[in-house]
Structures are given as C-alpha cells and as structure tokens.
Design a protein around this ligand. Structure first.
Ligand code: XIL
Length: 511
C-alpha cells in the first residue's frame, strides 16, 4: 500500500509541512492535533496492523494518533481516539472513548530507548490489541471498542512547542492473517468545471470587485481550490493569515509564509488584495493577551505591528480592515486595546496604517451592523467623528454572515448614509448559512439571499467590493463555528456551483 505518510492530503492540515519523505507536525502555543479525514483511511473487518516511523524533533513527545471516529466539538465528544505518544524511553498509550475529556485508558510502557527514529504502532487480532515498538509486541489488552465504524483515520499530536517528523506510515493485515484491509482516500474534488462567463467577468462591467476570503492551506494542497479562485474572482481577502496571532506569534517574530503565498498568487493573477485585520480582540497571540502592558508600551507594540505589516505589503494590499469588531451594541467593545490604550486606539491605528501606506484604502469592519440598528448607528457615529477629525478612513466593511432567508433589512439605507460621509462600503465576509442538511428549498432560499445582498451592493454607488468568506463549502468556517449549520458558500464541497452561485451571477448580469 505504500507509504501513507507520503499522501499529499497531509499538506491540507494546519501545522503540517510535507518533506521529501513523509511530513512534520509542529505545535505553536497549544497542542497540535492533526486528523487526516480526507486522506488515507484504513478499513477493516477485524484485524489490521498499522505502524509509523517517527522522530521527535522538538519537545518531550510526539504521538501517532488513530481516530476510530472523527472529532467534533468539543474535541472529545463522541470521539474514539488513541494517542501513541513516543517519549524516548517509554510509549504512552492514551485512549479517549468519547464520553469525557479524561482518557479512559492512560498507561505507559517502557520501551528500548532511541534518540532518533522509532517505529511504533498497533495491531488488532480479533478482540486483542497489541502495542508495537520496533515490530515487537510490548503490551497486549482487550479492545475497548476503539474502532466502532471498522475504520481508522490517521493523525498525529504534539504538545505545545513540540514537533514530530513522520517518515513512514504502513498499514496492512497482520502477518499470517487473511483479512482485507483497504486504504481508502476520500476522492479529490477534481478539476474545476468553469461556468461561463465567470463571476469576475460579470462583475467587471459594474466596476465592483468580486472577492473571496482565502486560506493558505487549501491554496497549497488543493489544486481545485486555486483553480476556482483564479477563475471566478478578481479580489482575495486574507482569511486568517494577517491576523495578529498568526502573523506575529512572538514579540520579535513575524510569520509571513501564509500571507506571502496569498499575496503572490493575487499578484500573479492580477487580483486585488484586502488585508484582514490589524486590530481585533480575537486571534491575538498569547504574548499580547498575557502581557502586563502600560498604555505607552501597548501603543508602541501596536504601532510597530501596524507599520511592519502594512509596510511589508505597501502597494500590494489595496485595502485594509484596520479595526475589526470594535463596537458592541451601542458602545465600544471592552477589549485589551480599549482597556489599556483608551478609545483613541482606533484613531491611532488608522493614522499608523496611513503612515505605512498612504495609498491603501482603510476600512472599519464589523458584523450585525449591515442594516439600520443600534449597532450600525454607533458605527455611523464613530466613523462620522473620524471623518470630522480628518482621519484617513475610506470605508466601512459590512461582514454579512447571515442566515438563509434572513438578509438584514435597510442595508441600502445604511450604505447611503455612509456614502453621505464620503465613505465606501465593502461587503467583506458574505456567507449564508443553512441549518442541517441543505434541501432544495433551503438552497433556493439561500440563493435569493445571495442575490438580494449582491443587488443591494450593485445598486449602491459607494459599494465597491463584494467578498464571500471562502468559496467552497469544503473549507468554510461555518460548521466549526456554528455546529449544525453549513453549506454557506456558492460552491458546494465538490466545487460544483449551487443555486447561490447562479443567483450571484444573475445579480451581476443585472436586470
Ligand atoms: C474566522 C475564520 O474564518 C476562521 O478560520 C477562524 O478560525 C476564526 O475567524 N469575523 C471576522 C473573521 O472578522 O476574521 C472571522 O474569521 C469570522 C468572523
């Protein structure tokens, strides 16, 4: 069956880097647990054996992990998971049966110590499980029902700061057994089948940019994703790559890899880039959240961050979400920025961004404030005040994470009053979620919501970009954030256009 660690699907996992042979998994500040749900999966009736050759490159241990059932939210609920943790002189066997956060079994077997590569694994023969180190059985136990679906998903786990290199994963029937063990790969989406004309061609006639938020991982590992993106859109937004935590994980270290990949692709394809986001209260690095800051210190940190990030992409990122979600109801949200710096942090952020790239368009971005309500009133007051004070603000981002059939009302009115302040608007994060399995009716309702939002933007002369938060349901953030909801984007999991796609196209085609 070959070396399962060479399967390209591993590159789709966050924290995984492919190597010439196999792949490495590295953790940042928290545990890095990888489960390859789309890659090779073992299917067996009864007996099987699977072994991984690995080396702990950093930290105390690294685990080869087998999932009997895929994880949900919370991570342990209903999840059958076995970590075989290699600790250098011992192998820890940690098994969660899905009933709680504490493992059902947690034992450790001493094993011949190695400083380099080691081969560890598991063999099942009937109801018996054997733990393997260098091909030797080091322990035997009754199977507590680890693989209720007759399959094992492959993965890995490392504690904070650690890294493990998996050279090789081999699976098969135990020697001398006749069982069939199949390795299945979830089929790839395949080639993108374009619909003509593309959304970007249709949008071109209106002078409105049509964009999608992009994640660097599928961009690297899923060719269909990149194809669909290039074909349909003329703008990309950085979904996570430029958030404070991901891009600036340590005080003196920036990690540009993901953002560079996205910006490079955009440049090669003549696409605009929206940078998201400089100041937010989520996805902050630990060093910011846990630091003890004086006002001046935090101002210095934020200044350095903004001029470094904006400066690096000067002339290449045409618009920035400078401040994200700073309003809560009718007041400024209680965040580390507000508490430590005071309300002036917003003005400062815009000034510093402008100083670093005077040509970039600078936006304030928020959710739940697309139409007319208390929150959009507060945002209106905020940006009106900024205009009055002569601050370099060019527009307001309307996120537009909405429910099928429930597009907010009076969006046009809100866009108009912002236009009267001389501000543009961008629809920055459009997705339209559906509860449960999407029926034809739900998809039709969703399509109408997409069409309505697109028509509202096209009708407002100051709405200059329409950006969906992803492109395909295959990689949407919705199921992770709103359990039970999904199917929120115009392309389905297999990159097939949904009614929502055609509705967007219709809106762009005009009346
Ligand atoms: C989301 C991303 O899509 C997820 O991948 C990430 O885990 C959490 O953040 N409003 C925003 C975006 O401004 O940055 C959020 O993006 C979605 C809500």
């Amino acid at each position: 069956m070959g070396n399962l660690a060479d399967d390209p699907s591993w590159a789709c996992q966050d924290g995984v880097t492919l190597r010439n042979r196999g792949f490495a998994v590295a953790a940042g500040e928290s545990y890095r647990t990888v489960v390859n749900a789309r890659g090779p999966v073992l299917e067996f009736d009864d007996s099987f054996s699977v072994e991984a050759t690995l080396e702990v490159e950093r930290g105390e241990w690294g685990a080869f992990t087998l999932f009997g059932t895929l994880p949900h939210d919370p991570w342990w609920e209903g999840t059958h998971r076995l970590d075989l943790e290699w600790q250098g002189v011992a192998l820890a066997f940690v098994y969660w049966d899905g009933s709680g956060e504490q493992p059902l079994i947690s034992t450790s077997y001493s094993a011949p110590g190695t400083s380099g590569q080691v081969r560890i694994g598991l063999r099942r023969e009937g109801t018996q499980l054997y733990v393997l180190v260098e091909g030797q059985k080091v322990a035997q136990l009754d199977d507590p029902g680890m693989f209720p679906e007759g399959r094992a998903y492959l993965g890995a786990n490392v504690p904070p700061g650690a890294a493990v290199y998996l050279y090789e994963i081999e699976a098969g029937a135990p020697a001398g057994r006749e069982e069939t063990v199949k390795v299945q790969s979830v089929p790839d989406a395949g080639t993108y089948v374009p619909t003509e004309p593309s959304l970007r061609e249709l949008a071109g006639t209106h002078g409105v940019s049509i964009g999608a938020a992009v994640s660097a991982t599928p961009l690297r590992c899923d060719p269909t994703y990149a194809e669909a993106l290039r074909y349909e859109f003329n703008l990309v937004a950085t979904e996570n790559a430029l958030k404070f935590g991901p891009v600036h994980p340590e005080p003196d270290r920036y990690d540009w890899r993901n953002a560079d990949d996205i910006v490079d692709l955009a440049e090669a394809q003549g696409m605009l880039v929206r940078g998201h986001t400089l100041v937010w209260h989520h996805q902050l690095p630990r060093w910011i959240e846990e630091g003890e800051w004086t006002r001046q210190e935090l101002m210095d940190v934020l200044h350095e961050h903004i001029v470094t990030v904006v400066g690096r992409y000067k002339g290449r990122i045409y618009a920035w979400d400078v401040v994200n979600e700073a309003v809560d109801g009718n007041e400024l949200r209680d965040t580390i920025w507000l508490r430590t710096i005071g309300h002036e942090y917003i003005d400062m952020a815009f000034r510093w961004a402008h100083e670093a790239d005077p040509d970039a368009l600078l936006f304030y971005n928020d959710y739940g404030s697309e139409g007319m309500n208390v929150k959009s009133d507060a945002i209106y007051d905020l940006v009106a005040g900024m205009r009055e004070r002569g601050l370099p603000i060019d527009g307001v981002g309307l996120q537009m994470h909405v429910i099928a059939g429930l597009a907010p009302g009076h969006v046009h009115e809100n866009m108009d009053r912002l236009a009267a302040l001389g501000l543009q608007v961008h629809v920055t994060e459009l997705d339209v979620r559906i509860r449960g399995t999407p029926t034809a009716t739900a998809l039709a309702i969703q399509a109408r919501t997409y069409q309505h939002v697109a028509e509202t933007c096209l009708a407002a002369h100051n709405c200059t970009a329409l950006v969906t938060w992803g492109l395909s349901d295959r990689y949407s953030w919705i199921p992770g954030q709103f359990p039970g909801w999904g199917a929120a984007l115009p392309l389905d999991e297999a990159f097939q256009p949904k009614p929502a796609y055609y509705a967007l196209a219709d809106a762009l085609r005009g009346p």
